[in-house]
Design a protein around this ligand. Structure first.
Ligand code: GDP
Length: 376
């Protein structure tokens, strides 16, 4: 993995998300990288210093609480470091590097893609690096294995071009969405159980759960996967008639997040009568997924709730699976059949749109050029 750069810098080459191991690649020609290693790295069981080429060295990083690492100098001015994948270990090492004047590369893992590759191959590699789950990576791998290239090459044929480009555009949203987390905002008045539901959906305890309205002042976000689809859950401040300035700010941010979310999930505490805040929320978000929460308690709301409301208890986990299925159906209504070609980034979608427009206007040469720009 050669990454020649005059400026000393480091980049993460493992993708975001949870991973057992993280890899950091350092490069730079002025010796500062080696200096940083001499300062922070201790080779296990040996007083030897120096970093011979292509030798894998085991040791520790830092002095006070040493972090286990494996390093390898892969080039004169390039060292790879592998450490525990947790944020604490990565944060500690990268902070040391930054304090040493080695900056974080803005391109991170993307820079490891060979620049002489075709545009299509680079785009696919970049998407694969950023695929948050196995399921999305599998679909992107199918595209890499020639699916997308054949579809684009097929579109060079003037007889099939319009149909081909239209098919690709139909799947644009799904394809571009493979590298991102779809957002679900949990909304409802304070104490309705948003934090508890977030924990139940993610399968573990994370945000503060406290029996007093207004505990969650601003949003807590958590990334997880539902059925292999990457999802970001956002637990907002309770939507209610806020009293203090801080609460009002929280409520206004919650509303902003609801406006930009892929899906809004409204929680109603069905063990209490429906109040004005509940009704306003339901009226303002008619397409929201509605949860009749605390279904382990007696149902007081009854027919006041929409008939589609899903009974869920975060306490007993009853209804959680049905809610996950409903959220997946809302976030990803149509999953293309395996083997379907898809555009995978905004650049491709833009060029395909332009190529379709050019074809419709009879500008065949321009259309061909635009399609070739996606490939070459
Ligand atoms: P938030 O303010 O909307 O985030 O609400 P919390 O998640 O902090 O929960 C408020 C209170 O409701 C806590 O005492 C929780 O234990 C309780 N609670 C949450 N979910 C359930 C549930 O499904 N059933 C019952 N009975 N209580 C729940």
């Amino acid at each position: 993995m050669t990454t020649r750069n005059v400026q000393p810098e480091f980049r993460m080459v493992t993708p975001h998300g949870r991973g057992a191991i993280a890899t950091i690649v350092l490069s730079g020609e002025d010796g500062i990288v080696i200096e940083a290693f001499n300062r922070h790295f201790r080779r296990a069981g040996s007083n030897q210093t120096g970093f011979p080429l292509n030798r894998i060295l085991y040791g520790t990083w830092g002095r006070q609480v040493p972090e286990d690492v494996v390093v390898c100098r892969t080039d004169e001015d390039c060292i790879e470091l592998h450490c525990h994948g947790g944020q604490a270990a990565i944060g500690r090492i990268t902070t040391d590097l930054e304090c040493f004047g080695i900056r974080r590369s803005e391109s991170d893992s993307v820079a490891c893609i060979a620049e002489d590759d075709t545009r299509l191959h680079r785009d696919l590699s970049r998407a694969l690096i950023n695929a948050p789950t196995f399921r999305t990576a599998e679909i992107l791998l199918q595209q890499s294995a020639g699916l997308l290239r054949s579809a684009l090459e097929d579109a060079l044929d003037s007889d099939r071009r319009v149909a081909r480009l239209e098919q690709l555009l139909l799947r644009a949203e799904f394809g571009v969405g493979l590298t991102r987390f779809r957002t679900v905002v949990l909304a409802g008045r304070p104490n309705v159980g948003k934090s508890s539901l977030m924990n139940a959906l993610a399968g573990f305890f994370r945000s503060i759960v406290f029996d007093e309205p207004g505990t969650t002042r601003d949003a807590v976000t958590l990334r997880t996967a539902f059925d292999g689809w990457p999802v970001e859950l956002i637990d907002t401040a309770g939507i209610h008639d806020a009293i203090s300035e801080v609460e009002r700010e929280g409520v206004s941010r919650a509303r902003e997040r609801m406006n930009t979310a892929d899906c809004v999930c409204i929680l109603i505490d069905r063990s209490e009568p429906l109040c004005r805040d509940d009704r306003e929320l339901l009226d303002a978000w008619p397409n929201a997924v509605v949860v009749a929460h605390k279904s382990d308690l007696a149902d007081i709301c009854g027919k006041d709730l929409p008939s589609t409301a899903l009974p869920v208890s975060s306490l007993t986990r009853d209804g959680i699976d049905a809610l996950v299925r409903e959220l997946v159906d809302t976030l990803i209504p149509d999953v293309p059949a395996p083997g379907t070609a898809l555009p995978i980034n905004a650049y491709q979608v833009d060029l395909i749109r332009q190529a379709l427009e050019a074809t419709r206007q009879g500008a065949d040469d321009i259309a061909v050029q635009l399609i070739r720009s996606c490939i070459e």
